[in-house]
Design a protein around this ligand. Structure first.
Ligand code: HEM
Ligand code: HEM
Length: 239
């Protein structure tokens, strides 16, 4: 039934203050009541201190009576909940989705970043194991892990800016600058290494110059994902 009631914003409610022939409306606990018929509200103010056309939820605590007095008057609408100032930038539709599925608000990035971090740390380790043991299975696994990193890094690259926009209102900071640059370097490096491996599948068996460069490139992934994670966690857990 409440759905059919008129929805008032604070601004709209303010007009119904009993002045200039307007009815007298007051809001309590999200409900808007018409108290025009009451002698005690007919001037638009109650007991010379409570102005109508406003949300009086917080004021009734000081009254000598209960909230039951409101029951004598018809409810004419509902008061639209005020948007949290932190959520100003988020469309109402998305906020409604968050109310239904709260985890979509904060989780997407923290949940997905572990994959590129783990894969890109494992990749050089497998390369070195191949170098040390000569077992081809390490080389094959390293390629699979590289492909997994190539698939999951873009996920982190999408969820990162998403979480930044939702939870930090897209506010620029040094940490974000580091993360953006780090992410760009990360995805470029992964692509370069991937292409190299595709073009020269036995790069790990090539004369030492090219091979050493390939291994050095793969090792640089470790500090990059560490920096990305470190600075990310600094945002989530600032203290
Ligand atoms: C310090 C603050 C307040 C004082 C001293 C006060 C006092 C009173 C008194 C003496 C009455 C008549 C006796 C009664 O019905 O119990 C009354 C009625 C009423 N009050 Fe208040 N009140 C206060 C705050 C509020 C607030 C904040 C609201 C609205 C949220 C409110 C809504 C009403 C209503 C709807 C009635 C019934 C009016 C009628 O039957 O015509 N009052 N108040
Ligand atoms: C443009 C790219 C990126 C942006 C804008 C970005 C932004 C963010 C933001 C805003 C947070 C804080 C999340 C929150 O408190 O809700 C965060 C956390 C984090 N980010 Fe990123 N990020 C990006 C890329 C990445 C990448 C590529 C990785 C890893 C490979 C990564 C790893 C992390 C980690 C580990 C956290 C901490 C997660 C946790 O709370 O457990 N980020 N990032």
């Amino acid at each position: 039934m409440e759905n059919k009631l008129k929805e008032f914003t604070r601004e709209k409610l303010a007009k119904y203050n009993g002045k200039e022939g307007q009815p007298v409306y007051i809001a309590y606990d999200g409900k808007v009541y018409d108290v025009s018929e009451s002698k005690l509200w007919k001037t638009g103010a109650h007991m010379m201190r409570h102005e109508s056309g406003d949300d009086l939820t917080a004021d009734i605590g000081g009254a000598p009576h209960d909230t039951e007095v409101l029951g004598k008057f018809p409810q004419v609408g509902i008061l639209k909940p005020e948007k949290d100032p932190m959520d100003e930038h988020i469309p109402d539709l998305l906020l409604a989705v968050f109310r239904k599925i709260p985890m979509l608000r904060r989780h997407p990035h923290p949940m997905t970043v572990h994959f590129p971090i783990a894969f890109m740390m494992l990749f050089p380790v497998l390369n070195i194991l191949y170098l040390v043991t000569g077992k081809p299975s390490f080389d094959i696994s390293s390629f699979h892990v590289l492909v997994a990193g190539l698939v999951f890094t873009p996920v982190a690259l999408i969820t990162g800016p998403y979480n930044w926009w939702i939870n930090y209102a897209g506010k620029w900071s040094k940490i974000i600058a580091v993360k953006m640059l780090g992410s760009l370097i990360l995805i470029t490096l992964i692509l370069v290494i991937f292409m190299w491996k595709i073009v020269v599948p036995d790069i790990m068996l090539q004369p030492s110059g090219a091979r050493i460069f390939y291994i050095i490139l793969s090792l640089t992934l470790v500090p990059i994902v560490t920096v990305l994670g470190w600075f990310g966690a600094k945002m989530t857990f600032p203290h």
